[in-house]
Design a protein around this ligand. Sequence first.
Ligand code: NDP
Length: 400
Amino acid sequence: MAKVVCVLYDDPVTGYPKSYARDDVPKLERYPDGQSLPSPKGIDFQPGQLLGSVSGALGLRKFLEGNGHKLVVTSDKDGPDSVLERELPDADIVISQPFWPAYMTAARIAKSPKLKLIVTAGIGSDHTDLQAAMERGITVAEVTYCNSISVAEHVVMMILSLVRNYIPSYQWVIDRGWNIADCVARSYDLEGMAVGTVAAGRIGLGVLRRLKPFDVKLHYTDRHRLSPDIERELGLTFHANVESLVRVCDVVTINCPLHPETEHLFNEALLGKMKRGAYIVNTARGKICDRDAIARALESGRLAGYAGDVWFPQPPPQDHPWRTMPHHGMTPHISGTSLSAQARYAAGTREILECWFEGRPIRNEYLVVDAGKLAGVGAHSYSAGNATGGSDEAARFKRG
Ligand code: NDP
């Protein structure tokens, strides 16, 4: 029997919900590219329930305990005295969501001699030292596509919010004002702007498709080029590298995974090549951007706005400059954990666990690392190495 350690974010401060704003979530048939939705043998939750917080337990408690496994659920994940650190020595499986990641560094992997499987309940396994997982023969899996469209919707929302100056205008209402000039002095139309995505994978392509009706000029860069049919249909301009893309774009949205190749890709030098007054929306990973260079670019006016929901580390310390830099539209990491998305990745996590316990192969598209090397989506979209460096700073959040 296995010991499963599941690291989840805290319940709402008002307690675990007793009711919800809506009675159901739409039932999807397939993902946009035809990939099938998670298909576990069963689920023990109602889609639309809060599953990603501690009391929700990803809907796994009945399934795991009913099959004789031990389930430990905690939000206490950072620092040497955390519950996670205490539970690792005899853990077989660790599950966490990127929103509240269990940073599985090489040191933690070394403290977990029984660990065989690390599941990302979501997409993006950069919080695990993939190099260390490969060297130890640990399987790493994520629930590919589960929340890609959730994020694409969030990206469109954030682009419009920044360009149209929504958040400061909303604030004037809360402050009982009617300060139209203050609101519009930084407000533009998106129509006609050049919008580019760094990566046109599931999220990036979803963003391009959603932006097409806004009559913008669409640009992208990626390691693999999209088909000529898609390029034609969306009127895309391909750039062989990110420098070429940022030189011409008014809005840049970042949609690539964090891996050694993309860590701090948006540094002082790249920001210096962007158009003055460009906007960045980064819902991919905080560490793809140089934290202080972004804050400086907003202060100098190089960037007109920066929004996103991803930080490094997570949770970020109270004094993280992105909390207070000018012209930002940051949220905590929420775009991929809408109630709609939670139902999909909870079911996907259950599917991965069912396969694991029954000795059936995990879907190739869910694999990041397997049998000592990058596999599945990992082999396509990641590069070998480690991107968890500095994650121990997350422990500072607790100390205020
Ligand atoms: P996909 O695997 O579908 O797409 C990733 C794309 O990034 C691929 O097309 C890949 O290229 C491309 N890519 C990788 N490295 C580079 C590079 N150096 N330069 C340009 N392109 C690159 O994943 P998703 O679109 O579903 O998700 C992307 C990322 O978004 C995740 O890894 C995660 O970090 C983040 N995410 C954030 C969420 C949130 O809640 N904010 C939720 C879900 C994901 P190719 O495969 O062609 O080599």
